[in-house]
Design a protein around this ligand. Structure first.
Ligand SMILES: NC(=O)c1ccc[n+]([C@@H]2O[C@H](COP(=O)([O-])OP(=O)(O)OC[C@H]3O[C@@H](n4cnc5c(N)ncnc54)[C@H](O)[C@@H]3O)[C@@H](O)[C@H]2O)c1
Length: 422
């Protein structure tokens, strides 16, 4: 089988390598010439993906995987399957901006040959595969949808850094616009995946599944956050309550925390609402989780009392989560803005970002001078190890992720607050 994978990012490139490893001939396409050149040298363009370096160094010299900057030409050479996984970028309110997806679809459409199955793996609002992608492919190619070519949606559910393992583990969900298109796509996916391939019955069902699993997580965290705020008010430990509740097998309550960030969990409930604007719970969970950075700053300000205005406060972690160098929708931005709004001076420290990178992300790097307070925003492992003396001058710490052992700090006279654990 000949496969074209469009967009060789953190998801597309490992996927292309996985398909080539199964014995198929794969061309990967990307607009970025640096990415194309590195892949053709057998070098991963980004670090951290387990097994990628080894796979490329074997597949590229063997001629089983090559990269190209010309999507239209690669598709026009004929392919059984074209998989596209470009990012669907969003604005500050997480509303989708379709320009990159449209550009990729236009390039594929311009080269599309009869008999090809086109699978979109990017997470999409429900209805996008049918109403946007298939329509544009038909317009560009002049071919009849679901007769001369087929469009399916198959959401990518892997976790970056362990993609090869996840591809072999999670069921692959495939939903088409016609029974014939879905049947063909399921057969093609089965030829390179040993995980189960599930026929979803429609592209909309496949689109909605990815939005359902991520919206569920956002809602679940929002519920944990509401429980935590109530626990703070009445003086009980929510961690103890959640652990005890989850000892009953029907309860799966997540953990409260200072922020829900990243490209996925804060974004996909909004994609869900694009299709179902009357839904109330996803909108409510977004409001609850978006309010958590301010809540954490409020805890900090209440501990500092009259000393809060003018206080130097260190934000520990600008990444959206620990050990990942990514600031998309990070809670650090809202923490910074709320500190400034209350007249405090926000500074930042993150083991994954140097001073220049912090500045260009919009943060004032910490100079090592004394601070009055600190707030743990990302659960970097380095922060769990912090011991008294590491933060000169500090009187109050808000541990937004519950990772710090408070005992040595408290013994040193520092107030440590954790969300939901008065
Ligand atoms: N990263 C994750 O953990 C993850 C997990 C599950 C699903 N996803 C899905 O995968 C999608 C892509 O994520 P990613 O992390 O791989 O993105 P990424 O930013 O790592 O890579 C995107 C790639 O697309 C390329 N590109 C942009 N415009 C293009 C065009 N017109 N033609 C060809 N290539 C183009 C870029 O040059 C880049 O190499 C996400 O939007 C999401 O829907 C991501």
């Amino acid at each position: 089988m000949r496969v074209v994978v469009v967009a060789l990012g953190k998801i597309g490139l490992p996927l292309a390598a996985h398909i080539a490893s199964a014995g198929h001939e794969v061309v990967g396409c990307d607009v970025d010439p640096r990415v194309v050149a590195l892949v053709n040298e057998g070098t991963p363009p980004f670090p951290g993906e387990a097994g990628l370096e080894g796979a490329l160094s074997e597949l590229v010299p063997a001629g089983r995987l090559r990269a190209s900057a010309d999507t239209t030409a690669a598709v026009a050479e004929g392919a059984d399957l074209v998989i596209a996984v470009p990012p669907l970028i969003v604005d500050d309110d997480a509303r989708p901006d379709y320009r990159v997806l449209d550009a990729v679809v236009a390039d594929i459409g311009a080269g599309l040959q009869p008999g090809t199955v086109v699978s979109i793996e990017t997470t999409l609002p429900v209805g996008t595969t049918r109403d946007r992608v298939a329509t544009q492919l038909a317009e560009r190619s002049g071919l009849s949808p679901e007769e001369e070519f087929f469009t399916v949606h198959s959401p990518e559910r892997v976790y970056s850094r362990r993609i090869f393992a996840d591809l072999e583990t999670y069921p692959k969900l495939v939903g088409g616009l016609s029974p014939e298109g879905e049947r063909r796509a399921v057969e093609l996916y089965r030829s390179f995946l040993s995980a189960e391939v599930w026929s979803m019955g429609s592209a909309e069902a496949a689109e909605m599944t990815k939005l359902a699993e991520t919206t569920y997580r956002d809602l679940n965290i929002a519920l944990a956050n509401e429980f935590a705020r109530f626990a703070d008010r009445i003086g009980i430990d929510v961690e103890k309550v959640i652990e005890a509740a989850n000892s009953q097998p029907f309860s799966h309550i997540h953990r409260p925390g200072i922020a829900v960030g990243g490209h996925c969990i804060p974004v996909y409930p909004r994609f869900y609402l694009e299709g179902d604007p009357a839904a109330t719970l996803p909108a409510a969970s977004r409001r609850v989780n978006d309010a958590m950075p301010s809540y954490a700053v409020e805890l900090l300000a209440s501990e500092l009392g009259p000393a809060a205005p003018g206080a130097r406060v260190l934000i520990l972690g600008v990444s959206y989560r620990g050990a990942v160098k990514e600031t998309a929708f990070s809670g650090a931005f809202a923490v910074r803005d709320e500190l400034a709004r209350r007249g405090m001076s926000p500074l930042a420290l993150d083991p994954l970002y140097d001073a220049e990178e912090l500045r260009s992300a919009g943060f004032e790097p910490w100079d090592g001078e004394p601070v009055e307070a600190a707030i743990i925003q990302a659960d970097h492992p380095e922060f769990a190890e912090l011991a008294p003396g590491a933060l000169p001058g500090v009187r109050v710490i808000v541990d937004g992720r519950g990772i710090l052992d408070p005992a040595p700090w408290r013994a040193d006279g520092v107030t440590v607050r954790r969300i939901g654990r008065p």
